[in-house]
Design a protein. Structure first.
Length: 218
């Protein structure tokens, strides 16, 4: 059994029953993205990951072998912060949060093209695949090589999909998308606002979230 109790995640087959759904601006009017300049100082609000990283669903590759350029968004600022700034901070028991780290993070508010087609990995669509949220979304980082097989299969088997959609592991009240740059228009989205998380109202919001979680500030 896995740490989440969902059992081992099977490998996807060659013809899975992936459900492609559509999002409109009525579903989610604006999305949020957090990026960091700590490791890559040249990162900008519109920077996609171009095959680097080690996440639950990326990197993945196109049939040609080239990396799929990916970009994560969440439906709320809180979820975007939980999935980036606080991604590796333990919540139970409460872990340590380094206040100075906020200097590297920026919050982007954006609008996606509509309609946007995505492979749904939300809980209602997982039974048709014969897998559980605990196996795919709530599993630990050690299982990323297995979970990435599913995003890879979804990309290859649904060539009309422009993203993956799923519920945030760190904040299950929010929706998340992993966008596929090669299947989006140019420009891929409209940036409405970009703000540093280290100053002003956004810092206050981030710190309020940190304190509400009972994290230890250092």
């Amino acid at each position: 059994m896995s740490a989440t109790g969902g059992g081992p995640l099977r490998a996807p087959g060659a013809d899975e029953r992936f459900q492609v759904r559509e999002l409109s601006h009525r579903d989610v009017a604006e999305w949020f993205h957090v990026y960091s300049t700590r490791s890559h100082p040249g990162t900008r609000a519109d920077s996609f990951a171009e095959g680097w990283g080690d996440t639950r669903f990326a990197p993945i590759h196109a049939p040609s072998g080239e990396p799929v350029h990916t970009y994560y968004v969440a439906s709320t600022p809180q979820a975007a912060i939980m999935e980036s700034v606080l991604h590796d901070v333990a919540l139970s028991p409460p872990g340590l949060f380094e206040l100075a780290s906020l200097a590297h993070f920026h919050l982007v508010r954006l609008r996606l093209p509509a309609p946007l087609r995505y492979v749904s990995l939300h809980t209602p669509d997982l039974p048709r695949l014969g897998i559980e949220r605990a196996q795919l979304i709530d599993s630990l980082p050690a299982h990323y090589p297995q979970t990435r097989r599913w995003s890879q299969a979804a990309y290859l088997q649904r060539p009309d999909a422009q993203a993956l959609g799923y519920g945030s592991r760190r904040d299950d009240s929010a929706r998340c998308l992993m966008l596929f740059r090669q299947r989006l228009p140019d420009p891929p989205f409209e940036i409405l606002q970009e703000e540093p998380l280290a100053v002003g109202a956004r810092r206050a919001e981030a710190m309020a979230l940190v304190r509400s979680l009972g994290l230890h500030e250092v």
